[in-house]
Design a protein around this ligand. Structure first.
Ligand SMILES: [Fe+2]
Length: 185
């Protein structure tokens, strides 16, 4: 029996019509397909960024994230599986655009320069922020729809994306500190 407090739980399954429930599930699956495409595309594009990087710190961070990204692809396959389906991808125009911009930044900067590394960090952080937003929504939707296994898998990836973003910030901050130190020499 619904309580009077249904206003604050408008998103709960109890107060949702079957139509609304299935529309929400459709959106969830659609967003999953989107991020699945995005992760696969990122896994194929990261080696290019890695090749363009100069600082050892940045190379290491990108190498680690490439491995994580491959894992994210596999984990999404597990998410699809947990829902009783097979993984399928739908082109993610946002990730395509972000990675096109990254490629453009590589051609606009010279190899071996600090500015190229900073450009790569900037491009990689834009990608991370997109992923953080996507996984944040996905894990909430999974929770709302009662897909607890999917939710915990998505949570794992969300935590790794946040960590990757923080590591990139650290690499960027090291640059600023090094530049300041060399100026005061
Ligand atoms: Fe990822």
């Amino acid at each position: 029996m619904p309580t009077k407090n249904t206003k604050s739980t408008a998103a709960s399954a109890a107060s949702r019509t079957p139509e609304a429930e299935s529309a929400l599930k459709e959106l969830f699956i659609d967003e999953l397909k989107d991020i699945y495409w995005a992760e696969k595309h990122l896994a194929s594009a990261l080696p290019k960024l890695l090749k363009g990087a100069t600082s050892e710190d940045l190379k290491q961070t990108l190498t680690n994230h490439l491995e994580e990204t491959k894992n994210h692809v596999a984990r999404l396959e597990n998410v699809f599986e947990s829902l009783g389906g097979k993984a399928s991808a739908k082109k993610c125009l946002a990730m395509e655009g972000l990675l096109n911009e990254a490629t453009e930044l590589l051609s606009d900067t010279d190899k071996g320069t600090e500015v190229r590394d900073v450009a790569i960090i900037s491009a990689a952080q834009k990608v991370e922020h997109y992923e953080i937003a996507s996984y944040g929504t996905l894990r909430t939707l999974a929770g709302t729809l009662g897909f607890s296994e999917a939710q915990s898998l998505l949570d794992e990836t969300l935590a790794e994306e946040k960590n990757a973003d923080q590591l990139l910030t650290q690499v960027a901050e090291n640059y600023v500190n090094e530049a300041a130190a060399s100026e005061s020499e």
